[in-house]
Design a protein around this ligand. Sequence first.
Ligand code: HEC
Ligand code: HEC
Length: 514
Amino acid sequence: MKSRLLLRVPAILPAALIAGAALAGEAPPDLPTSPLTIVPRTAEEVARIAAVVAPATDFTAPERFEALPGGAATSKALVNRDAYSHSSANMSFEKELDFKIGNGLFRKVWVSAPSSTQASDGLGPLYNSRSCQRCHLKDGRGHPPEGPEDSAESMLLRISIPGRPEDVIERIEGYIATIPDPMYGLQIQDRALPGYVPEAKMQIAYERIAVPLADAETANLRKPIYSLADLGYGPPHEGAMLSPRVAPPMIGLGLLEAVPAEDILALADPEDADGDGISGRPNITWSKDLDRPMLGRFGHKAGTPTIRQQSADAFAGDVGISNPVNPSGWGECSDLQDECRKAPDGAAEADQNLELDTEGLDLVTFYSRNLAVPMRRDIDDPQVLRGKRIFYETGCAACHQPKFVTHRLKNQPEQSFQLIWPYTDMLLHDMGEGLADNRPEARATGTEWRTAPLWGIGLTASVSGHSFFLHDGRARSLLEAVLWHGGEAEAAKTRVTEMPGPERDALIKFLESL
Ligand code: HEC
Ligand code: HEC
């Protein structure tokens, strides 16, 4: 195979310049909602960082610090089912208590209001799950139901319809207007409290797709086809678009939030100016906290700017719990679902008339920011090193960007100034028709997805007991996940199908060491 390096090296440019170019006069897009207080980099640091994040060129030995993908926050605990549940290793003893309380809220099983356990009531009336942890199982990823009897709890269906010209957010260039389904809102809640009607059940049928591989047996992919059954409120709008999503793993999120926006934007190449077939576009989305556009980082289409907003939206949309960002007590009931809107809620005056107050939301956010990335295994194994070289040469690293250095942060020492190895550029890529959900989100089109971070992916089976990958869990192995890559990643995928079997095995072995 011809040796080629398809990596885009982040040109680290002054923040003002790039942020200005991307957002036409907006302030830098990663201004905090929560106390991310950024210390600007010195010119000397900028040069040092550029050298440190330069792509690997020597594959005979591991790189310095490669064993610690989350920098000093990396967990060095033993590999077992709890491998995703440890706190940042560099966290102070005093903060461990906040982490534990946050964990308690993440695991809390909410009940309906009114109830004697006032602090835990307010569930629903419509909901997907009674706790965060039931989707983010063991702080890891969810999975599609394995057969008609299995629960679809750790997965959900987003829904929306095309917007009208007046729904365009003009301050976001390239924003694709969509609006909630008038009846079902932005998400199908498949559960409801007694006395209320669940919205619908997700149904999945699978089609087989054979993919011939050089030097090996043909791979058989399963293509899911989604539909809604048991519609509780009549047919959705005729233009309704559905997007299936499994809960992603919760590790390393605070570090991803602390990657300087300018470093992410420097990797974008929307017009493919370098002609490598890979573009990469930032999602820009609306911050509910700051009431202005921000770089999108979280969710499978990077449709959410911060961990705090993602968590607040999960409380409201997935569990039906009101919070400072989403104060209505009925969660995601639309204004056509008036029975649901009239249900008693669990808000208490002592908690700012919310089911979850600011303190609670901030504790869950703190917890979500500090779930540590596990240490790598086998980094000096010759087959892993060979797989790493193939990963670079095949073009995987062009999107799965290996390294960043996080911002220096005033009051988040755990995330501050760490060399991290997330294997994502945090950008949107057109992944082709095969993976398309055909449902836009902010600037993301129906074929675009955010590059999934690959850190910790080798521990999926240990933590979650399954190996389902991609945004909807359709891939049943790491190899299947790669074989689904199309669009901008078509060339990389083809190289994988055509490479000799032992090279493919080494590539997978490298992924398993992450
Ligand atoms: C019904 C299942 C479900 C429940 C319950 C749930 N989540 Fe999630 N979570 C998801 C899905 C699906 C996504 C991806 C969303 C997207 O693509 O927009 C996600 C994404 C996230 C992310 C962003 C992760 C990333 O890599 O971008 C955070 C943070 C998060 N959830 C926190 C929470 C918190 C906190 C709770 C509890 C209030 C919670 N979630 C409850 C399914 C769930
Ligand atoms: C054009 C950008 C691009 C290239 C090139 C690319 N990927 Fe990806 N990768 C993505 C995106 C985007 C996703 C998420 C897709 C989804 O969830 O539907 C992804 C998902 C994955 C996943 C599943 C992650 C998860 O958490 O479920 C694996 C594994 C993976 N890629 C490995 C590779 C390997 C190995 C290569 C090289 C052969 C590669 N990728 C090349 C963009 C890319």
